[in-house]
Design a binder for this molecule. Sequence first.
Ligand code: G3P
Length: 218
Amino acid sequence: MEFFLDTADVKLIKELNKTGLINGITTNPSLVAKSGKNFLEILKEITKIIKGPISAEVTALDTKGMIAEANKLKKISKNIVIKLPLTENGLKACKSLSKRKIKTNVTLCFSAAQALLAAKCGATYISPFVGRLDDIGENGMELIQQIKSVYSNYKNLNTKILVASVRNADHVIKSAIIGADVVTLPPDTLMELYNHPLTKKGLDAFLSDWKKTKQSIV
Ligand code: G3P
């Protein structure tokens, strides 16, 4: 399963890329607003750091406008993936871009029916939002299981499941058990994955015992 970082914070991307765990980046208009920086500049910066897929979201609501924005975003680098909303117009744009072999990420997916439509329109990635479903009392991971089952039934559906709105380690591990292709992680959630109280406790005990031996390795 691939790990994407869900952020538009270039400094953090540079830092966390050192973990060797980052396969790609996803951004969205809210993350760009949070960064306070120019969207196109951010994307240029990210492409200097990350060679894997970088999702850049369109903001037009009409198909023609989405395609015009996609054409501009595409020029930044060949690893830019065009992020489109899961609307009728978004899926028309998806179909048209996929015919031109331009990679797409269809976002704001909240049902298996929507995921099926996106796959039929040739989406490269579908982004179901698990955290936001949990927020309204539904089960986000059930949606991932449903999409996985639907896609697995048809060999001609090649859309990858990119689990988004990930909030915790449980979302990550359940995504891996189901066999999702990608999880996109907020930086804090990625860092959380390293931690277990028994790891810290065990290391503290090892080091305290080692000290008693008065040895050093180098
Ligand atoms: O990038 C889309 C998605 O990951 C947003 O997550 O936490 O705002 O629901 P969140």
